[in-house]
Design a protein around this ligand. Structure first.
Ligand code: GLN
Length: 492
């Protein structure tokens, strides 16, 4: 494990700023750690050493010139392989984009460049971010650093495993139905899904555009706040990005006490299906909040039980439309180019997409087809509104809501891959949040009997990131569950 990761990203940045460590040294150390650990973890699809070293040199030059560095400058970061870094492949872990090189930077990537944050590599994911275990990648199966026979969660499993194993300090993923919070929970890291529109989606390969949100991972809450500070903000290149949000200092309010905060625990999420150790850890987290002076009471969100069904109509409908562009002409690979256009189109898609992606394109195409549109897609949109209303009602009484992030801890590789519905059910606690467009954070709250990490989810109303981070930080200070890395990896 990388020694420096014990202290976290912000502390490392401060040491670079103070001249105690050079950005080059930090990067050497990071790549040495990746070379040692990643053959087992398989978090990365590719490394971007040239880009990272160029950035680190700029940092060291700025320090020599006596300049004040921008936030997080010099701290290595891993980028999910569905976010563009110009000149480097964006594969989405799909055969259809195996050789596709990004022609431009995502807006978040530009922000990382402005902040002199070295991107060290692109991380593995479920193909096109569709999945909950990273097993749907066309290239490799990322392992959970706490137990190499288990999944890291998904779809941003590579970004979660990179941070949990101490290969990088921070990483970015995308969260459409839980793809950052669920792997954060399964890997013992922190993951935040911001309010829809707070972070630009420009340059993130679209899966389900009304739900997708670029989201950070880190080993502690302070580092998450710092990354959010860097990546958030209005963007003219993303018409859904929020325009009039006053600039926030997410780090400033972290230490404020949470006395008097009203926290509602979602009764539906504590019912059947929850692993007993997870239930016990969430109940003990509720007591911790009470000991911090919060008022914790039950709240019911009756329409949550329809969330998975409506998500798998809406997300697949949007995906079927977004993925129509991979036709062998405009992007990526092209097969049977000497045959007629239909043959070329059919074979490119048949061989380029994996089973889960095809399943979703078929589902989405079906529910959007005439005759079925109102019965499925139209109805799912109405249900989405009911779920959003449930949250609104709950936030009339409570500042934040609380529940598990995932009903279980990390499962074995292969355990759920033959049963898509069973896999879909692992997102019961995260999906409602995307449907409502609100923010939520997953933080470690304990371990099960096999010493696998358990995640606690805190959910807030639109643009409540500062309060969410404050509550998460208070919980983290009280429990000392931060900068968690499996000890077994240290000796590798
Ligand atoms: N696991 C969910 C799905 O398979 C969520 C994926 C995501 O957030 N990208 O759709």
């Amino acid at each position: 494990m990388n020694e420096q990761s014990q202290e976290g990203a912000l502390a490392l940045h401060q040491r670079i700023q103070a001249g105690e460590l050079s950005a080059l040294e930090v990067l050497d150390n990071t790549f040495a750690t990746i070379e040692k650990l990643d053959p087992q973890i398989e978090a990365f699809n590719c490394l971007t050493k040239d880009f990272a070293y160029k950035t680190a040199e700029e940092v060291d030059k700025a320090i020599k010139a006596g300049q004040r560095l921008p936030l997080l400058a010099g701290v290595p970061l891993a980028l999910k392989d569905n976010i563009h870094l110009k000149g480097v492949k964006t594969t989405c872990s799909s055969k259809i984009l195996e050789n596709y090189v990004a022609p431009f930077n995502a807006t978040v990537t530009n922000k990382l460049c402005e902040h002199m944050i070295p991107v060290v590599g692109k991380t593995n994911l479920d193909e096109f971010a569709m999945g909950s275990s990273t097993e749907n990648s066309a290239f490799r199966k990322t392992k959970n650093p706490w137990d190499l026979s288990r999944v890291p969660g998904g779809s941003s499993g590579g970004s979660a495993a990179a941070v949990a194993s101490g290969q990088t300090f921070i990483s970015l993923g995308s969260d459409t139905g839980g793809s950052v919070r669920q792997p954060a929970a399964l890997c013992g890291t922190v993951g935040l899904k911001p309010t829809y529109g707070l972070v630009s989606r420009y340059g993130l390969v679209a899966f389900a555009s009304s739900l997708d949100q670029i989201s950070p991972f880190a080993s502690n809450v302070q580092d998450i706040a710092a990354v959010l500070q860097v990546i958030s903000g209005a963007d003219p290149l993303d018409s859904t990005s929020l325009q009039n949000v006053p600039p926030m200092d997410y780090l400033a309010s972290l230490d404020k006490p949470i006395e008097g905060l009203k926290v509602g625990y979602i009764t539906e999420l504590l019912e059947a299906g929850l692993q007993p150790d997870t239930k016990a850890a969430i109940e003990s987290a509720m007591k911790t909040f009470e000991s911090l002076g919060a008022k914790v009471e039950p709240v019911s969100l009756p329409n949550l039980r329809y969330a998975i069904a409506s998500y798998y109509i809406i997300a697949t409908a949007e995906a079927s439309s977004n993925l129509a562009r991979y036709d062998g002409v405009r992007y990526g690979s092209r097969l049977n180019a000497d045959k007629d256009i239909l043959q070329m189109y059919l074979s490119t898609r048949a061989q380029g997409f994996g089973d889960e992606v095809k399943r979703r394109i078929m589902l989405g195409t079906f529910s959007l087809s005439s005759g079925y549109y109102e019965a499925y897609y139209g109805k799912a949109q109405k249900v989405r509104q009911l779920i959003t209303n449930d949250f609104k009602n709950a936030f009339n009484q409570f500042d934040l809501l609380l529940g598990p992030t995932s009903p279980t801890t990390a499962f074995k590789i292969g355990e759920k891959s033959s049963d898509p519905v069973e896999m879909y059910l692992s997102d019961i606690a995260t999906i409602p949040v995307n449907l409502a467009g609100i923010p939520a954070i997953s933080i470690p709250c304990g371990f099960d009997q096999q010493h696998l990490p358990i995640g606690l989810q805190l959910i807030g109303p639109h643009l409540s990131e500062a309060v969410l981070l404050q509550a998460a930080s208070a919980f983290e200070s009280k429990t000392s569950l931060k900068n968690l890395h499996p000890q077994t990896l240290a000796s590798v």
